[in-house]
Design a protein around this ligand. Structure first.
Ligand code: F6P
Length: 506
């Protein structure tokens, strides 16, 4: 008989708790069962995902598979790919995969037409249609900045076609830093905002426009391009329709890298690599759409996530990229995972129980010399993802990359094995879980696949927890209060009043 969702959760929670070393000792096929290589297809490289150093077992996986069935995971996934409403609080679909060519036919076609418009504009910019353009200042925030910033930093390290500066913060220091690095005569400005109303972005856009005009650019507004799902607002703001690259309302802000929000990526790396990034993501879409149970890698990742966050009480999860090119990945994942799944009610509005852990992390090996003490000997349970590439990103002596990879693997081994000592200060308890994602290379296709993997993992977590990952009402209240302060005439709590007075604002 089919289990209810609650019964399935009860079963998942009822497992003995052997140590990682015991799990390896009991099952000599553990690595074969839990480490899976995904070939992205064609001439794209592959990625190895290894969860053998987590506490997942055959039995736990089987119970999580039962939970997935009880949660109508396959039906929810089908609804998402069919472009049906999966964000019920806002009555929206979530069609980021259609931007990569996997989704409802009409949405894929619409996305292709918009992408072609973007391609023509990117090529026009490269070919000098706007004069000589050496710099692009991309203003946007949240999902309109984190993805482009990460992708440009990861993929356009050596000689970008155009020098891109992503500016998100309203703190003018950020924009001024970009101005200092750019020559106004050869700078283009991209204003990226799904809603085209976000105060930080619109203020930064205005200042960038003024900077161009103040520095002798005669047609400053002709140097501005809008990337938005609200083209009418961009027209109102003064952007010519020929320089507006729209995307569909059904694409969420934190899932929008693949839309025109990715314009700076295409400008920096060229169209071919931008398309390769979409193709790598599409390969993961197909895997996620067509694979069932534990063989589905984002779903298996969600099983591990939930084992720690829900059953074993982990309050955080850490991601360490042993690759300088992915140094911005933890920042990107923070928004993806915490804005999506940082919720406390189910889809029906009932209390949900524990949801997303806090995502944090850094870059290896730097983090080893800063935060790893706590991971090895502290009192928190922190499941870790290590991400590395077999191919180096550098051209220096091979020793650099060898030392990097050796350290990455050594950390996973040390966290698991620990080391006992009679001296409590020198004792390492071990049994600390980690997963390793080992890419053949960090090229555009692999990068796209990695991001799509995390998007689908976030969705799978949400479905199993019965929460809506596609709204983000939690960010609204602070914005409302900031607006009230700006408008004036309202009283706030004594502490806030005192701060406003001390700073002389409001
Ligand atoms: O404040 C949160 C948020 O709405 C994010 O979800 C979004 O990515 C960001 O603001 C920026 O929004 P927009 O692209 O509409 O400027």
């Amino acid at each position: 008989m089919a289990l209810s969702r609650d019964e399935a959760w009860e079963k998942v929670a009822l497992h003995p708790d052997p140590t990682l070393e015991e799990l390896f000792a009991d099952d000599c096929d553990r690595v074969d069962k839990l480490a899976t290589r995904l070939e992205l297809g064609g001439d794209m490289p592959g990625i190895l995902f290894d969860w053998s150093k987590t506490h997942l077992t055959d039995e736990i996986l089987a119970d999580f598979e039962a939970l997935a069935r009880a949660s109508d995971f396959a039906e929810m996934r089908a609804k998402m790919f069919a472009g049906e409403v999966v964000n019920p609080t806002e009555g929206r679909a979530a069609e980021h995969s259609a931007l990569r060519g996997v989704g409802k036919d009409s949405s894929v076609e619409e996305a292709e037409a918009l992408r072609e418009r973007m391609r023509l504009l990117v090529n026009a910019l490269h070919e000098g249609a706007f004069g000589e353009i050496k710099h692009l200042i991309h203003v946007g925030i949240g999902g309109s900045a984190l993805g482009p910033d990460l992708a440009v930093d990861a993929l356009a390290r050596d000689l970008p076609l155009v020098d891109v500066h992503v500016v998100s913060n309203i703190d003018g220091v950020a924009l001024e830093e970009a101005f200092e690095a750019c020559d106004p005569q050869t700078t283009f400005v991209a204003v990226a905002s799904k809603t085209f109303t976000t105060i930080e972005t619109m203020t930064n856009a205005q200042s960038a426009l003024k900077w161009l005009a103040d520095n002798g650019v005669s047609d400053a507004s002709g140097r501005v391009i809008a990337l938005t799902a609200a083209p009418e607002k961009a027209v109102e703001w003064g952007v010519d329709e020929t320089r507006i690259l729209p995307f569909a309302e059904s694409v969420g802000g934190r899932y929008s890298l693949w839309s025109s929000i990715g314009f700076p990526v295409a400008v920096a790396v060229g169209w071919e690599d931008f398309q390769a990034m979409l193709d790598g993501a599409a390969a993961f879409d197909q895997h996620f759409r067509d694979t069932d149970g534990r063989d589905n890698l984002p779903l298996r990742a969600a099983f591990a996530d939930l084992l720690y966050a829900r059953i074993k009480g982990a309050q955080t999860r850490a991601v360490f990229a042993y690759d300088e090119r992915l140094r911005l990945l933890p920042d990107y994942l923070q928004q993806l995972e915490m804005e999506s799944n940082g919720k406390s009610v189910t889809v029906d509005g009932k209390p949900s129980g524990p949801t997303a852990p806090i995502t944090w992390g850094g870059v290896g090996t730097d983090a080893q010399h800063a935060v790893f003490q706590l991971l090895h000997q502290g009192t928190h349970l922190v499941p870790i993802d290590f991400i590395a590439s077999i191919e180096p990103g550098d051209t220096l002596d091979a020793a650099h990359h060898t030392i990097l990879l050796m350290n990455c693997f050594a950390q996973g081994a040390a966290l698991m094995a620990g080391k006992s000592s009679d001296d409590p200060h020198r004792n390492y308890p071990g049994n600390r879980p980690s997963a390793t994602i080992l890419c053949d290379d960090i090229d555009a296709a692999t990068f796209g696949a990695l991001i799509a993997f995390h998007e689908h993992r976030t969705f799978a977590n949400a479905v199993l927890m019965d929460i809506n990952p596609f709204d983000q009402f939690g960010v609204e209240l602070g914005k409302e209060i900031a607006k009230k302060i700006e408008k004036g005439g309202e009283r706030f709590d004594a502490s806030t009043e005192a701060l406003l007075k001390a700073a002389g604002v409001g």
